[in-house]
Design a protein around this ligand. Structure first.
Ligand code: IMP
Length: 433
C-alpha cells in the first residue's frame, strides 16, 4: 500500500486538521514530517474542540499510531504537555505515539532568539509564531543541533546544549541586546523530559518501512502551507522547513516511490497570518465579516488572520510543486451569504498580465489581482451531506476552481464537524502499487 501525503495548498490554516481527521479513519498511521509547535490544528468531534500543536490529531482515534518524523523540530516540554493534556481528556497516547530519534529539539534559547530576531527586524519582521522554529532549523543546518537521541545520553546532551547556548548568548547579548540564557537551566529542562520521552523514541524510517510492507496505510501530514514553504513559498516570509509534499520524503524517511497520492487542501477563499505578500487580501467591513464567519483567528497565537479571495495562481503553483492529485476545498459554508464571490485569475504587474506566479518572489508584493466574479448561492450549505445537496451555484463555484487549478476537487468541507465532509468521485487517498 502506498502512502498518502496531505499538504496545505495556500498560506496555512486551510483546515488541514479537519480533512486529516476525516482521512485518518481509513489510515493506520499518521505522521507529521516538518515544522513544530508553530502549527495549530483544531478538530471538532461530537461538539468537543481539540487543539493540537505537535501530536498528530489522528491520536483521537484509539486504534491509530501517530508518529513525529525526523523533519519536525520538537519542543519536548510542549510535546509532553500536549500528551498529558490529551490524557486528561481521556485520550491515551501510550504505546501509539512515537518520535523519531533524529528529530531536532527546540530549546528555550531558540524561542528567545526567535523573538529577539523579530524585534530587531522592526517593520520587516516575518511575523513568526515565536516558538523558536527558525533558530532550531538554523542550528540543525549549522550542524550544531541536538537530536532526540542526544537527549537520551546525558553527557552528550549537556555538551551539545552548552555549545548551542554559548553561540545563542553571543547573539542574544551582543547582537540583540537581550538577556542571556543560563545553559544549566536549558540542560535541566531538557533532561527533565528524557524519561517520559524515552519509550516513544523510534527509528521512524524503519518503523514506517516495516508497517508499509505489512500493508498498513500511512498518511503523511504537512503543517503550514505551500506558500509558507522555505523553498517554494513567499521567501523570506516563510517558515523554515519544506511543508510541500517533497518534504514528506525527507522528513519521515519515506522514499518518493512509496508515495501514491498527494492531496492539497485549500479554503474556498484564502487567509494568511504573519507578514508577507498576500495579493488577494481584503480589508474593511467585508474582511471583518469573512473573519467572523470563518473564525479566522490563529489557533497557536490567537492573531486575527488576514482574509482574501481564492487565488488561482497560488493554487496552480501548489498543484505544480506538490504534484497534487486532488484538492480538498474547505470552509465553503463561510461564503454562504455572499451575493457574488471574487476569484483571482491573474495578476497585473507594471502593466503586464501574469497568469502564473511571478519569477521574483518580491514582485508578489506589487501585483494587482484581477478578479472574475462568480455568483454566490445565498443559502446555507452546512447541512449538505453529499455534493448533490449543494446549491447549483456552489457546485459551479467548485467546478470553476478545479478547472482553473487544473486538478479535480475530491473533498468539500461545509463545517467543522466530521459529518460535514463531502466526497466526490475524484477522491482517493490510498492506492496500491
Ligand atoms: P514560524 O514558522 O513561527 O517561523 O513563522 C514563519 C511564518 O509562518 C509566519 O508568517 C507565521 O505566521 C507562519 N506560520 C507558521 N505556522 C503557521 C501555521 O500553522 N499556520 C499559518 N501560518 C503559520
Amino acid at each position: 500500500m502506498k502512502a498518502a501525503v496531505v499538504v496545505g495548498a495556500q498560506w496555512g490554516d486551510e483546515g488541514k486538521a479537519k480533512v486529516i481527521d476525516f482521512l485518518t479513519e481509513h489510515a493506520d498511521i499518521v505522521v507529521r514530517y516538518q515544522g513544530g509547535a508553530n502549527a495549530g490544528h483544531t478538530v471538532v468531534t461530537d461538539g468537543q474542540k481539540h487543539v493540537f500543536h505537535l501530536v498528530p490529531s489522528g491520536v483521537l482515534y484509539a486504534d491509530k499510531i501517530c508518529v513525529i518524523g525526523n523533519g519536525v523540530v520538537l519542543d519536548p516540554t510542549a510535546f509532553l504537555a500536549e500528551v498529558r493534556e490529551l490524557a486528561q481528556r481521556g485520550v491515551d497516547a501510550a504505546g501509539r505515539v512515537f518520535v523519531s530519534s533524529r528529530a531536532h529539539l527546540i530549546l528555550p534559547v531558540h524561542a528567545a532568539l526567535d523573538r529577539a530576531a523579530e524585534v530587531s527586524m522592526g517593520g520587516r519582521a516575518i511575523g513568526t509564531t515565536g516558538r523558536g522554529i527558525g533558530p532550531a532549523y538554523v542550528d540543525k543546518a549549522g550542524r550544531l543541533g541536538v537530536q532526540v537521541a542526544d537527549l537520551l545520553d546525558r553527557e552528550r546532551f549537556r555538551r551539545r546544549v552548552g555549545r548551542i547556548v554559548e553561540r545563542a548568548n553571543a547573539l542574544l547579548v551582543n547582537l540583540y541586546g537581550a538577556e542571556p540564557v543560563a545553559a544549566e537551566e536549558v540542560v535541566a529542562a531538557g533532561l527533565a523530559t528524557a524519561d517520559e520521552l524515552r519509550p516513544m523514541v523510534r527509528d521512524v524510517a524503519l518503523l514506517l518501512d516495516r508497517e508499509m510492507r505489512a500493508g498498513k496505510r500511512v498518511l503523511l501530514e504537512g503543517a503550514q502551507g505551500t506558500m509558507l514553504d522555505l523553498d517554494h513559498g513567499t521567501y523570506p516570509f516563510v517558515t523554515s522547513s519544506n511543508s510541500t509534499a517533497g518534504g514528506a520524503c525527507a522528513g519521515a524517511g519515506v522514499g518518493p516511490t512509496r508515495i501514491g497520492r498527494v492531496i492539497g487542501i485549500a479554503k474556498a477563499y484564502a487567509t494568511r497570518v504573519g507578514n508577507g505578500p498576500f495579493p488577494t487580501q481584503i480589508d474593511g467591513p467585508l474582511a471583518e465579516k469573512v473573519r467572523t464567519w470563518g473564525g479566522e483567528f490563529g489557533a497557536t497565537t490567537g492573531r486575527p488572520r488576514r482574509c482574501g479571495w481564492f487565488d488561482v495562481l497560488a493554487a496552480r503553483h501548489a498543484v505544480r510543486v506538490n504534484g497534487l492529485d486532488e484538492l480538498a476545498v474547505t470552509k465553503l459554508d463561510v461564503l454562504d451569504e455572499l451575493d457574488e464571490i471574487p476569484v483571482c485569475t491573474g495578476y497585473r504587474l507594471n502593466g503586464e498580465l501574469l497568469t502564473e506566479t511571478p519569477l521574483r518572489g518580491r514582485d508578489l508584493e506589487a501585483v494587482e489581482p484581477i478578479y472574475e466574479h462568480l455568483p454566490g448561492w445565498r443559502s446555507r450549505t452546512t447541512g449538505a451531506r453529499s455534493l448533490h445537496d449543494l446549491p447549483a451555484a456552489a457546485r459551479e463555484y467548485l467546478d470553476r476552481l478545479a478547472e482553473w487549478a487544473g486538478v479535480p476537487v475530491g473533498i468539500v468541507s461545509v463545517g467543522p464537524d466530521r459529518q460535514q465532509t463531502l466526497t466526490t468521485s475524484n477522491h482517493r487517498a490510498f492506492v496500491t502499487d
